[in-house]
Design a protein around this ligand. Structure first.
Ligand code: NZQ
Ligand code: ZN
Length: 386
């Protein structure tokens, strides 16, 4: 196992009917900005419950954070925060709203050019303060509710922003707030959480038994829960398990002391930025083809995944790996998430644009080995096409 530090300060407030507790969770006397997206939280009554929970505090609202949150939109919130001297941010929504709120928390007190905050990759930008933030999560997928990361769309690309100052102080996870999700978003969420685990687990062995067994447990839970929660959107237990799986997949716990990949995410981000493909869908396209080309580097972990997650023990090693890749693809498809680039109306020439974007964004040495270059990315995308 590799050396690691682990500290996750986010207080999780899990369960039904807990929005009334906002009054004790948010500091007394705080001037609060509630941030949300295109209106689902209004339509389904979540916003009213949040506002009631905030009691007699001064509360402002900022709406219109779009999926794949845009820098320009978020800068309007930054201006509002500065003008009104807001001192607490509450995100109510999915990953896009939570991520957007993290950007606002970092940018509002930042004295330099706020676009510079997006130029540090996975390393923290040089900031020593951020506004306190918290979340009410309405979409189980990204894990943003319990991690320090955000992904912000800027000038045609998607850029990470990571800082320990951006952990939510608390996150309310009420599975019943997700009952209103359209099936496509539920399916996207299952795929996103699944691939978050894979990016931290299907690398190379370092003897991290707790991380491996926990990763396998989350994957098996998602395989069981996915179809149930799609078929029965108001099955509380299934939705509760999906929500906690998604949070557990990317709150750092399974990622300590092990190598990380993230190449499926980096290529997927370009598919979203260029063609508007949803985040979860982009991962379903890239992941199976990624593995076809990375069998040699990932051989031991792919065999472990085949045996422990899909119970594949028969046949020679290559046959077991191929079967595990096909089971993964079939799982995504069974949720209704298509796994071919051509399924999303993209022309084959679009692959050139993806390669150009990867190059422009410096994504030329991906994977846990740092050896996945543009030529291999092209082969992966060609393979993913049809
Ligand atoms: O905008 P509204 O009207 O709220 O509608 C949203 C949106 O259209 C809707 N929705 C959310 N909760 C709902 C609901 N509709 C009905 N009922 C509810 N309870 O769902 C749509 C999609 O929302 P979005 O927040 O965009 O989805 P998701 O949670 O999948 O977030 C995706 C974003 O997270 C980033 C992605 O890149 C993408 O920008 N990621 C963030 C990560 C992180 N912070 O750690 C890691 C991930 O890998 C990912 O990159
Ligand atoms: Zn993701």
């Amino acid at each position: 196992m590799q050396n690691f530090d682990y500290r996750n300060p986010t207080h999780i407030v899990f369960g039904q009917d807990r929005l009334g507790e906002l009054d004790t969770l948010v500091p007394k006397g705080a001037k609060v900005l509630v941030l949300y997206g295109g209106g689902s939280v209004k339509r389904f009554g979540t916003l009213d419950k949040v506002l009631a929970g905030l009691g007699d505090r001064t509360v402002l609202e900022f709406s219109g954070i779009e999926p794949n949150p845009q820098f320009d939109t978020l800068m309007k919130a930054v201006e509002l925060v500065r003008a009104e001297q807001v001192d607490f941010l509450l995100a109510v929504g999915g990953g896009s709203v939570m991520d957007g709120t993290k950007f606002v928390a970092a940018a509002a007190p930042y004295e330099g050019d706020t676009a510079d905050l997006l130029k540090h990759g996975f390393a923290p930008p040089p900031i020593d303060t951020a506004l306190p933030l918290a979340t009410v999560a309405t979409l189980p997928a990204t894990g943003s509710e319990m991690n320090m990361g955000a992904v912000i769309s800027y000038q045609g690309g998607k850029f990470p922003l990571m800082s320990p100052l951006l952990y939510p102080q608390f996150s309310v996870l009420d599975p019943s707030l997700t009952f209103s999700l359209p099936p496509v978003q539920v399916a996207n969420g299952v795929v996103d959480a699944f691939v978050h685990v894979l990016e931290q687990y299907v690398t190379f062995p370092v003897g991290a038994q707790v991380q491996d067994r926990t990763a396998e447990g989350i994957l098996k839970a998602l395989i069981e829960i996915g179809p149930v929660t799609l078929a029965e959107p108001e099955n509380y237990e299934a939705r509760a398990n999906l929500m906690w799986s998604a949070t557990s997949a990317l709150n750092g716990f399974i990622g300590v002391g092990v190598p990380h990949d993230w190449s499926t995410h980096m290529i997927g981000h370009e598919l979203t930025a260029l063609f508007g493909i949803d985040h979860g869908q982009s991962l379903a396209i890239v992941q199976p083809s990624m593995w076809k080309h990375r069998k040699a580097q990932k051989r031991a972990k792919l065999l472990q995944y085949a045996e422990r997650v899909w119970d594949l023990t028969e046949g020679d090693e290559d046959a077991r790996i191929d079967a595990a890749i096909e089971r993964t693809r079939a799982f995504f498809e069974s949720l209704g998430v298509k796994t071919r680039l051509s399924d999303y109306g993209v022309e084959r020439e679009g692959i050139d644009k993806v390669i150009d974007a990867l190059q422009a964004h410096g994504m030329v040495a991906l994977s846990e080995q740092g050896d996945l270059g543009l030529e291999e990315s092209r082969k992966i995308l060609e393979d993913a096409y049809a």
